[in-house]
Ligand binder design. Structure first.
Ligand SMILES: [Zn+2]
Length: 270
């Protein structure tokens, strides 16, 4: 695949760029919900003992800062379920030049800090924002090897301006691969959707999935996972409104609170 195609495709989590529909008039919390008052009691009542003690979460910050300079490495084909996929992609970026890999790295650390504060063991799939990869299958294997109770891959989309909102991607059934994770992953997807929408104020995408959840069978990061896993496409970097949110540190902190609360809700109930 040519570098230009990778850039145009934007996010690894995104199969096709939408061409129809959309006007994200959505029945969800108003954007820019007030700060602390928007937090639910559950999110703030984590006892110091650590309600998530003994549980492991793997957070996968999508893409990496060195990918753009390593096309041969990231374009090589890797196992992605029944077929193969490129190792990774460059990722999307905003019109202002804020790259997806930098966004996912920042957000992942914020989510990690929150989950660790609740007692969880958190493993990130990469340790900095300057390397190449790891490939999508390796990102899944890190979750498998960690014995993760939940895994989440964080991304932002690269669709055209005018397409707004977030969506959670859950694995569909792929024979021989995902049968064991489809059901728990959907429960994880619903918890992340609910709490992320609540605490970030971000509307569910009008261009992908339904009610904020999209089921896909083509993502290596999901197909190769043996632990409950979802992707979250936090917003669309190609849309000026979403891009403004993503680039705003205070918004990212609310977004992280939503992701962490959703994962925590799932872990507490499973
Ligand atoms: Zn991505």
């Amino acid at each position: 695949m040519a570098a230009a195609a990778l850039l145009a495709a934007g996010c690894a989590g995104t199969g096709g760029v939408p061409t129809t529909d959309v006007t994200a008039t959505l029945p969800l919390p108003a954007p820019d919900a007030p700060g602390d008052e928007a937090h639910s009691p559950q999110a703030d009542e984590a006892p110091p003992a650590g309600p998530l003690a003994g549980l492991t979460v793997v957070i996968d910050p999508g893409h990496n800062g060195g990918n753009a300079d390593a096309p041969e490495e990231i374009n090589r084909q890797v196992p992605a379920g029944p077929g193969t996929k490129s190792c990774d992609t460059v990722g999307a970026e905003t019109a202002e030049g804020y790259p997806e890999h930098e966004f996912t790295w920042d957000l992942s650390q914020r989510v990690r800090d929150r989950l660790e504060a609740e007692g969880a063991r958190v493993v990130l799939t990469r340790q900095d924002d300057t390397g190449v990869g790891p490939c999508v299958n390796e990102r899944a294997e890190i979750g498998n090897d960690a014995g993760a109770d939940a895994a989440i891959s964080l991304h932002a989309d690269g669709a055209p301006a005018g397409y707004r909102g977030f969506h959670v991607i859950a694995p569909g059934e792929v024979a021989g691969y995902t049968e064991d994770i489809v059901e728990p992953s959907m429960r994880l997807a619903e918890d992340v959707r609910d709490r992320f929408a609540e605490l970030s104020g971000q509307p569910p995408a009008g261009y992908a999935g339904e009610d904020g959840i999209d089921v896909r069978t083509d993502l290596g990061g999901l197909n190769m996972s043996t632990v409950p896993k979802v992707f979250l496409e936090v917003g669309n970097m190609g849309d000026p409104t979403d891009a403004g949110h993503l680039a705003d540190e205070a918004w990212r902190d609310r977004a992280a609170a939503g992701v962490a609360a959703g994962v925590a809700d799932y872990l507490r109930r499973e």
